[in-house]
Design a protein around this ligand. Structure first.
Ligand code: GTP
Ligand code: MG
Length: 563
């Protein structure tokens, strides 16, 4: 990384380095300050990024509008009440238009909230405070607003990339490294995608904070770990923290407790209540499912306004710390995230991963496999340090203990990492991807386990087909669900990929060269061949095949009243 950084600094292109380092996911992960001695870089910590995102959500609202053209009127209207920082437009799959408005401060946004009204005088609907709103068409004569030169910060901001144009552009790249970077830039969760995820968390938090003290709802998993793609699911965790200060014995007035009585574990009962609240009080939450007998009770739901499939669990802080660890390792070197995104995409195309849970590998252990590969000390040197080295350097400010007394302590401030922990390896993405497949094509899955704590293969403690040590709970295997057959398939697919990539590195090799052949869905390959052979007239659009049969929504009603 230091080499890339130095080269770009020398060329005066630090903005490019910043983009490489952060991806398009967040603009606030890394800061640069110019010192007399040159440019010093400073990593923001995960906690700082999360705090910024949460604060951003607290001063934002999401407003349903009639169309993109409503911007000017909405801007004029909202500016009457509060200073607007920026407005982002998007559409959901139901083709409804929304604008995410960020005000300049939380204080400032309160004035906008105070100006909101409720839907209508309907006894069936109880009034609700929420950051999700709609913009009513002006009654009677249109209001006039002060002239402004503001423009939308984002238009159609969460539209997933068009696969045909992505593949076309991938075919036109010059190198496989360029293809990997392009895939990453086009598919990684963008700024608006991240903002909306924090808005959903904030919306639920607003409902729950009137019932529970010290409550927080935070996104975790691929929504925040730096490896999520546009449209990825939203994992949410609900926490209820009593700070040390609050439990000081000197505080003599203490709230009376309310214990949850009855058969079920107390938190399963509270999650039952949360599920009810999602159904009754969270606008846009639909298809609420309760999975309350699991070790970690989960409530699943779909969020209509943002098109997000959400999993809400309670107190799973180890999941958050795990996301933090992945985010940190991803931010250490500009190649980690693009490489991981390419591997995740390849695994999905080959059918190794599958959105449904089962006896196959999932994205999380697959990501650990990439990180582990990047820790290997090849002749070029390693790309990433081991977790052991981050744990060794942790200070008392890094101590974190998750549920069930799980120690999740490791160095958080990457600025404290000594130079020997940074990569000396200068291999490009193409080389790394090929080496990744070759590494696992030769890996002794029968005898060895993968451990990012150690950074070297370790002896398997049992005969589970695929053994990937849980970095924060080393006695556990995060891939214990993977069957013998699926592990065999993984071995054969990495061998095939190594062979296919090695043979197709040259772009003269045809349409499927480089990354294209690896990430093309096997099921669509035949279809593409047909298209290339000029049989397109026989193909019917998938949209035409699946009629839009979504439940009819009161939205139809609302549409006519929207501005
Ligand atoms: P996709 O949802 O497939 O995009 O990836 P994801 O990274 O979000 O994975 P998933 O939804 O399966 O899990 C969410 C997060 O939970 C992961 O990113 C991890 O941070 C964490 N996680 C997953 N499995 C485990 C586990 O076995 N132990 C712990 N402590 N955390 C886990
Ligand atoms: Mg997830």
């Amino acid at each position: 990384m230091s080499v890339i950084f130095q080269t770009l600094v020398n060329k005066g292109k630090t903005h490019l380095f910043k983009k490489l380092l952060n991806g398009s996911q967040s603009t606030c992960e890394c800061l640069y300050s110019r010192k007399s001695s040159g440019i010093a870089k400073k990593f923001l910590s995960f906690d700082e990024v999360v705090a910024q995102r949460r604060a951003e959500a607290k001063r934002s609202i999401v407003v349903q509008v009639n169309s993109e053209a409503s911007f000017s009127e909405l801007y004029g209207y909202c500016s009457k009440y509060a200073d607007v920082n920026g407005i982002h437009h998007y559409k959901n799959t139901a083709e409804e238009h929304f604008m995410l408005i960020e005000f300049s401060s939380e204080e400032n946004s309160k004035a906008a909230f105070q100006s909101c009204s409720s839907h209508q005088k309907d006894l069936d609907i109880m009034a609700l405070n929420s950051p999700f709103l709609w913009f009513r068409a002006a009654a009677g004569k249109k209001e006039t607003y002060a002239a402004h030169s503001a423009t939308l910060a984002t238009v159609n901001g969460i539209e997933c990339v068009d696969e045909d144009s992505l593949f076309k552009d991938l075919m036109n790249c010059e190198t496989v490294s360029e293809q990997i970077q392009l895939l990453y830039d086009r598919t990684i969760l963008n700024d608006l995608g991240a903002r909306l995820r924090y808005m959903v968390a904030r919306q639920i938090e607003c409902v729950l904070e009137s019932l529970y003290a010290n409550i927080a709802v935070r996104p975790f998993g691929s929504s925040i770990n730096g490896f999520g793609k546009m449209g990825c699911d939203l994992d949410l965790v609900l926490t209820n923290t009593v700070t040390e200060e609050m439990s000081q014995p000197g505080r003599r007035l203490v709230y009376q407790d309310k214990r949850a009585e009855g058969g079920r574990a107390p938190w399963a009962r509270h999650m039952q209540c949360v599920a009810e609240l999602l159904e009754l009080r969270v606008a846009g939450a639909r298809r609420v499912q309760r999975i309350l007998n699991a070790r970690v009770p989960i409530v699943k739901f779909a969020h209509h306004y943002t098109d997000l499939e959400c999993d809400l669990c309670y107190n799973n802080m180890s999941g958050v710390y795990m996301s933090e660890l992945l985010w940190q390792l991803g931010s250490l070197d500009a190649r980690v995230r693009p490489l991981t995104v390419a591997v995740r995409r390849w695994a999905s195309a080959t059918g190794l991963t599958n959105p449904h849970p089962g006896r196959w590998i999932t994205n999380f252990p697959l990501t650990l496999m990439v990180l582990f590969f990047l820790q290997q000390k090849t002749t070029d040197g390693f790309v990433l340090p081991t977790l052991k080295s981050l744990v060794r350097r942790a200070g008392k400010e890094d101590v974190r203990v998750a549920e069930e007394n799980l120690n999740c302590t490791f160095l958080r401030d990457m600025n404290k990492l000594p130079p020997e922990c940074y990569s000396q390896n200068e291999a490009n993405l193409q080389t790394l991807l090929l080496q990744f497949f070759e590494f696992y094509a030769q890996f002794d899955f029968q005898e060895k386990a993968i451990s990012i704590n150690e950074g070297i293969p370790i002896r398997k403690p049992n005969a589970q087909p695929l053994y990937i040590v849980n970095p924060l709970e080393q006695a556990l295997n995060v891939s214990r669900n993977v069957s013998f057959e699926e592990c065999e398939r993984l071995k054969s697919e990495v061998r095939n990929a190594a062979w296919q990539l090695d043979a197709g590195l040259d772009r003269q090799k045809g349409d499927d060269w480089g990354l294209v052949g690896l990430i093309e869905q096997k099921t669509t390959r035949g279809l593409k061949k047909l298209l290339r052979a000029g049989n397109s007239h026989r193909l019917v659009s998938v949209k035409d095949l699946f009629n839009d049969s979504d439940e009819s929504e009161p939205q139809d009603n609302l549409r006519s009243k929207l501005e």
